[in-house]
Design a protein around this ligand. Structure first.
Ligand code: NAP
Length: 257
């Protein structure tokens, strides 16, 4: 089951899962887009077909009902997400609340609804799609980065907490991936956020499937994201220096004294 299935990374994940013969539960708010995708997917190797599960992940009852309708979920991917980039001082609270509801609470509602069945069956795999922004938050993405860091903290704790239950956890840290997440704000994106270097969602999806199969704790894609994590973990100053060289001054405008 994949949330945010209608576009971008979620759609690529559905294609990858269906390519392996899985029955996919496609969750998002856009019924037509989900239907169009479901008929294009390869048929599952068993069962009656893929399932369209229209739900807003920011609504706990809708998510719980979708998971209920689907039945036994082997793998759930909390992927649905929205982004609004702007200097925090210029932002209204509405987009911040929306990102919190969809990115963070949407993940909590999804996992909360899927986990009891997995624990009962003694098996399952939770995948949380966070972001490189959870590892080093960027100017103009203070609120977005915070929602992604919340997912990281949540999934890292679950990875330990669920030890021995048969339920595994993988956290995904995408870098810049070619999707429509910034389509509504292309003209106002900060200059460090390059569209030209975006990576392919299909490749990320295939990486995630491999990670599930071999039970990897985390996926960093493209590999630059892991270097960012290492540099920032070592010293934020080093990460700032590298980001200024690679992405310009807007990526790290303030210099440490
Ligand atoms: N693209 C990147 O560069 C990038 C980088 C790092 C992390 N990520 C993360 O990757 C995930 C997927 O993003 P994407 O780039 O694939 O974005 P996208 O192309 O805009 O797709 C977002 C998906 O989320 C769904 N969605 C949005 N609000 C929803 C809601 N309230 N309830 C249910 N579904 C909802 C959308 O479907 P409907 O509109 O039909 O509901 C759509 O299917 C997000 O969590 C994002 O933060 C993306």
């Amino acid at each position: 089951m994949v949330t945010g299935a209608s576009r971008g990374i979620g759609r690529a994940l559905c294609e990858a899962f269906a390519g392996r013969g899985a029955t996919v539960g496609l969750v998002s708010r856009s019924e037509e887009e989900l239907r169009a995708l479901a008929v294009r997917l390869p048929a599952p190797s068993e069962g009656s077909g893929h399932e369209i599960l229209v739900a807003d992940v920011g609504d706990r009852d809708e998510v719980a009902a979708a998971i209920d309708r689907f039945g036994e979920v082997d793998v759930v991917v909390a992927n649905a997400g929205v982004a609004d980039y702007a200097p925090f001082k210029d932002m209204d609270l509405e987009p911040i609340e929306r990102m919190t509801r969809v990115n963070w609470l949407g993940t909590v509602y999804t996992v909360h609804a899927a986990l009891p069945g997995m624990l009962e069956r003694l098996r399952g795999h939770l995948v949380v799609v966070s972001s490189g922004a959870a590892l080093r938050s960027f100017p103009q993405a203070a609120a977005y980065g915070a929602t992604k860091a919340a997912q990281r903290g949540f999934a890292e704790a679950l990875w330990h907490e669920l030890a021995g239950t048969g339920v595994d956890v993988t956290i995904v840290y995408p870098g810049e991936i070619a999707t429509e997440i910034h389509a509504h704000e292309h003209d106002s994106l900060p200059t460090w956020r390059t569209i030209a270097e975006e990576a392919d969602a299909g490749q990320l999806a295939r990486r995630v499937l491999t990670a599930i199969e071999v039970n990897e704790r985390a996926v960093y894609y493209p590999p630059f994201v892991q270097a960012l994590r290492g540099a920032h973990g070592l010293s934020p100053r080093i990460a700032d220096f590298a980001l200024r060289r690679l992405r310009g001054i807007t990526a790290a405008p303030r210099r440490s004294p």
